[in-house]
Write a protein that binds this ligand. Structure first.
Ligand SMILES: [Zn+2]
Length: 424
C-alpha cells in the first residue's frame, strides 16, 4: 500500500535534489569551530565550542524561518511549520558534538542535511502537511560525558534525566551544570516533544559502501550485542613433568573455544560476529600449565533469533570442549542489547527515494550506535548511510565527497517529503 502510493506521488511530482554546494559550505563552516591541526574538529559536548556550533545552527535555522524549541536535555528542535500545526513533525537530525580528535562529518552531516532539506523546501516554495524538524541531540559521542547518546537516550526514556545531569566529566563538572552554563538547559521536558517519524543521515563509518561502489545505504536496523564473562578452571601442573594426556589446561580449552566462536560467527554470516577481546591467564607463568583462564566474549547479530542461536552454540561448544577433559566452566551474560529493526515504511521511503534519484541502495545494518537507535523505540525511524573514505571515522582525516553527501541529503529530502505529505 505504502509503496504503491509512494509510486503515485513520484509520478505526480519530480524527484527533488538539495543544493549540494550549499550543504558542503555549511559543513565546512561548522568544521571551523574547534578546528584541529589535522583537518578535523574538536567540539566536546557542552564545551564552549559545542555552544558555538549550536549557536551557529540555531542562527541558520532561524534565518531559514524555523522556530526553535530546546528541551531540558539541551536537544534542539528547529521546526519548519506545516499546514497542519497539530500534526506530529517528520523529523531528522543527529549530533554536533565530536570526539576529541573528531572529523567534520560524523553527526554534523545529519544535522546540516536536515537544515539543507528545510532550506531547499523554502526555496522551492513547498508546503508540507506535517511540520518538518531538524534536531540536534546532546552528547551523542560520550567522549566527555558517559554514556554516549545521552540526549536521545533520555528522550526515549532509556536513561533517567537526574542521573544524566549528575554525570561528570574528568574535571568533575556535571552535565547538568554544563548544560546551564552554555545556555542550553531548555524549558520543554525532555521526551515531551511529539515526533511523527524520524530519519537520520550519517556517514557509514565503515568500508562497505565504498568497497561496493554504492552511494546510498538503506539501513534496516542495528545489530544486537551480548557480552559475556567466561571462566574456565582446570588444574595447575608442572610444564615439564605432566604428561599431555593428564593435563587439565584451562588456556588450551579457552583457545579451542575462541576458535569455535569464530566458526559460529561464520556460520551466522555475513552479519554474525564474535570476539574474544580480553584474556587473563592464571598463574601466567611460562612453566606452569594454566589452571584458570578468564575471558570476555562479544557476540553480535542484527536478528534476535540468530543472536540467541549463537549463544546456544557457544554454550554447546564450551560443554564439548571442557567436559571431556575435566575443565569446569562458568559463563555469565553481563549485558544484552537487543537488535533494533527500523520501521519498514521508513526504510521503504529511503529505498524508494534513492531509486527515484537513480541509486540502487544497499540494505545495511548499522554496526555503530546512533541517536536513531533510541528514537526507534518512540517513533517510526529510518537511517541513510553515505560512504566515507576507507571507512575511517572518529578521526581527524574522516572524509566524504560533496557528491555523496548531497546524494544522501537528496534521499533524505524526498523520504521526508513523502512521509510529511505535500500540501496541494
Ligand atoms: Zn555519529
Amino acid at each position: 500500500m505504502a509503496a504503491a502510493s509512494a509510486g503515485l506521488d513520484r509520478t505526480a511530482a519530480p524527484t527533488l535534489r538539495v543544493d549540494g554546494a550549499r550543504l558542503w559550505g555549511s559543513l565546512m563552516a561548522m568544521a571551523e569551530i574547534g578546528a584541529t591541526a589535522k583537518g578535523g574538529s574538536c567540539r566536546l559536548a557542552l564545551s564552549d565550542e559545542d555552544r558555538e556550533g549550536r549557536d551557529l545552527f540555531r542562527r541558520w535555522a532561524e534565518e531559514a524561518g524555523c522556530s526553535i524549541v530546546i528541551d531540558s536535555m539541551g536537544n534542539i528542535f528547529a521546526r519548519r511549520a506545516g499546514r497542519d500545526a497539530s500534526a506530529a513533525p517528520v523529523a531528522t537530525g543527529s549530533h554536533l558534538d565530536t570526539q576529541p580528535t573528531g572529523g567534520k562529518f560524523d553527526g554534523v552531516y545529519g544535522v546540516l542535511a536536515g537544515l539543507e532539506v528545510i532550506r531547499r523546501l523554502n526555496e522551492l516554495g513547498i508546503e508540507t502537511d506535517a511540520p518538518i524538524e531538524a534536531i540536534v541531540w546532546t552528547n551523542e559521542e560520550g567522549a566527555r560525558f558517559a554514556p554516549s547518546m545521552i540526549g536521545s537516550g533520555v528522550f526515549a526514556g532509556v536513561f533517567d534525566q537526574a542521573e544524566a545531569y549528575a554525570t561528570r566529566d574528568l574535571d568533575g563538572k556535571s552535565l547538568g551544570e554544563e548544560l546551564a552554563r552554555v545556555g542550553y538547559r531548555g524549558e520543554e521536558p525532555c521526551g515531551a516533544h511529539p515526533i511523527g517519524a524520524f530519519f537520520e543521515a550519517h556517514i557509514e563509518q565503515g568500508p562497505v559502501l565504498e568497497a561496493e561502489g554504492r552511494t546510498i545505504g538503506a539501513v534496516v536496523g542495528a545489530q544486537g550485542m551480548n557480552w559475556y564473562d567466561v571462566e574456565l578452571s582446570g588444574a595447575e601442573a608442572h610444564a615439564g613433568t605432566t604428561p599431555m594426556a593428564r593435563r587439565r589446561d584451562a588456556y588450551l580449552a579457552a583457545a579451542r573455544v575462541a576458535d569455535r566462536l569464530a566458526a559460529i560467527a561464520h556460520a551466522h554470516g555475513p552479519h554474525g560476529v564474535a570476539t574474544v577481546g580480553q584474556v587473563q591467564v592464571f598463574p601466567n607463568s611460562r612453566n606452569t600449565v594454566p589452571g584458570r583462564v578468564a575471558f570476555s566474549v562479544d557476540l553480535r547479530h542484527p536478528e534476535a533469533d540468530a543472536l540467541a542461536a549463537m549463544e546456544a552454540a557457544m554454550a554447546r561448544a564450551l560443554a564439548e570442549i571442557c567436559d571431556p577433559v575435566g575443565i569446569e566452566r562458568r559463563i555469565e551474560r553481563i549485558s544484552a542489547e537487543a537488535p533494533i529493526g527500523f520501521d519498514p515504511d521508513c526504510v521503504e521511503a529511503v529505498r524508494a527515494a534513492a531509486q527515484a534519484l537513480g541509486f540502487e541502495p544497499k540494505e545495511m545494518v548499522s554496526g555503530a550506535g546512533h541517536d536513531a537507535c533510541f528514537l526507534a523505540s518512540v517513533a517510526p525511524t529510518g537511517m541513510i548511510f553515505v560512504p566515507c573514505a576507507d571507512g575511517i571515522s572518529h578521526n581527524e582525516v574522516e572524509s566524504a565527497t560533496p557528491e555523496d553527501l548531497a546524494a544522501g541529503a537528496s534521499v533524505l529530502l524526498n523520504a521526508m517529503l513523502e512521509r510529511a505529505g505535500r500540501a496541494a
